[in-house]
Design a protein around this ligand. Structure first.
Ligand SMILES: [Zn+2]
Ligand SMILES: [Zn+2]
Length: 394
């Protein structure tokens, strides 16, 4: 691992639709596994003190390496390696990238942004350079809900630049008024008690726009402080970021990051549509978006991609975990099987499948991840279920 990676990618939230944590029963099941692992190792250690008949002749102090105290107990515990239960999902979408040349870039402001912002504030301390770039995917609540809880928004020294498609900027502005300095009197305080007058950071917006399309009608010009054509890469220091449109019920952007030859592709909320009619306009739009995603993912080092369903769930043959089976056509999300095909065809070195379905049982998340890891060994490429609180260096 290099001292200073080109891109250090922190996953704070990878859960789809709403924040999900394991239930009490699921936590107890995970604790049982950990307890078993720990006790098996402790009893293997005790055997060292046993005679031929298995009788233990050592004192507690001899086993522990000193008198019983918090210090000796914890030191004894540290001798044994028990893996922590894995957190699949947790907070909704938020990913942070630290570049080798010192920039912080955040992707989406789901509920994971609250934790992410605390880390940024702690890292910045009192430093002078206090600019954060946020790249938004799309307007849905699970990609914006953490914004008004983020510590970084409440310090007047901070400059926060939000680059996104117009509906993402609008979703933030209509309740908070951070760009237009205006909130409709009927909306003020309705969705959140906060608004621009209570959020002292400096906010700036850059609308990523497809200039080949007709400009939207009726939106206030005060929403965007500037425009950026979707066909052109954004540049932040030595990192180039190519936005591109994917397929979802709301306009949605994915991003390809490149820094010193290392490539990370972030593609949340994208549906490879599986309708019956290949001529259906939505089917065509989805296939075009999938082709763009493939082109941008070719030989990528790391890909994060929506794989919310299995194909049988998408088709409605079965429900997610114990829920009733309904068709997921046009829900805006892809199937795990399609993600694996795509990542294999594009020779993506490491694929993280995220935007987990909120109804997916915890035990099933574990099982899927184990299955993906075994598949990784067969393919020579790496597949995993995305987990919160993980960090990858490129
Ligand atoms: Zn989403
Ligand atoms: Zn969405």
């Amino acid at each position: 691992m290099p001292d200073r990676p080109n891109l250090r990618i922190h996953f704070y939230g990878v859960q789809g639709s709403g924040s999900v944590f394991p239930s009490r029963a699921e936590r107890q099941a995970a604790a049982e596994v950990s307890d078993h692992d720990l006790l098996a190792q402790v009893f293997a250690d005790l055997k060292r003190h046993a005679d031929a008949e298995g009788r233990i002749s050592a004192t507690v102090e001899e086993v522990l390496g000193g008198p019983v105290s918090r210090r000796t107990l914890l030191a004894y515990r540290r001798r044994f390696d028990v893996p922590e239960p894995r957190v699949y999902g947790g907070w909704t979408t938020c990913v942070r990238i630290e570049t080798a040349d010192g920039h912080d870039i955040v992707l989406d402001c789901g509920s994971g942004f609250r934790v992410c912002a605390k880390d940024i504030v702690a890292k910045w301390g009192n430093r002078e350079d206090r600019e954060l770039t946020i790249l938004g995917s799309h307007s849905h609540y699970d990609h914006t809900e953490g914004f008004d809880q983020a510590a970084v928004c409440f310090d007047p020294r901070n400059r926060i630049r939000i680059c996104a498609e117009r509906s993402y900027l609008k979703a933030l502005d209509q309740n908070l008024g951070i760009f237009s300095h205006h909130v409709d009197v009927n909306l003020k305080g309705v969705v959140t008690p906060l608004h621009y007058e209570l959020m002292p950071a400096q906010f700036e917006s850059l609308e990523i726009r497809d200039f080949t399309r007709k400009p939207p009608q009726g939106d206030s010009d005060s929403l965007a402080n500037g425009y950026h054509p979707i066909s052109e890469p954004l540049r932040i220091g030595a990192t180039t970021i190519q936005p591109f449109e994917v397929f979802h019920p709301a306009p949605c952007l994915a991003y390809r990051f490149e820094h010193a030859g290392k490539v990370f592709v972030f593609c949340t909320d994208h549906e490879l549509r599986r309708g019956d009619d290949p001529e259906h306009p939505l089917q065509r739009a989805s296939l075009e978006a999938e082709a763009r995603l493939r082109a941008h993912s070719m030989d990528a080092d790391l890909l994060y991609r929506d794989g919310q369903f299995f194909q049988a769930e998408y088709d409605g043959e079965i429900g997610v975990s114990s829920t009733f089976g309904v068709s997921r056509l046009d829900w805006g999300h892809s199937c795990v099987e399609d993600v694996l095909d795509m990542a294999t065809a594009c020779r993506v070195k490491h694929t993280l499948i995220g935007h987990h379905d909120p109804n997916r049982d915890w035990s099933e998340r574990n099982w899927i991840d184990e299955t993906l890891r075994r598949k990784s060994e067969q393919e020579g490429l790496k597949f995993e279920l995305a987990r919160a609180e993980t960090v990858y260096d490129l």
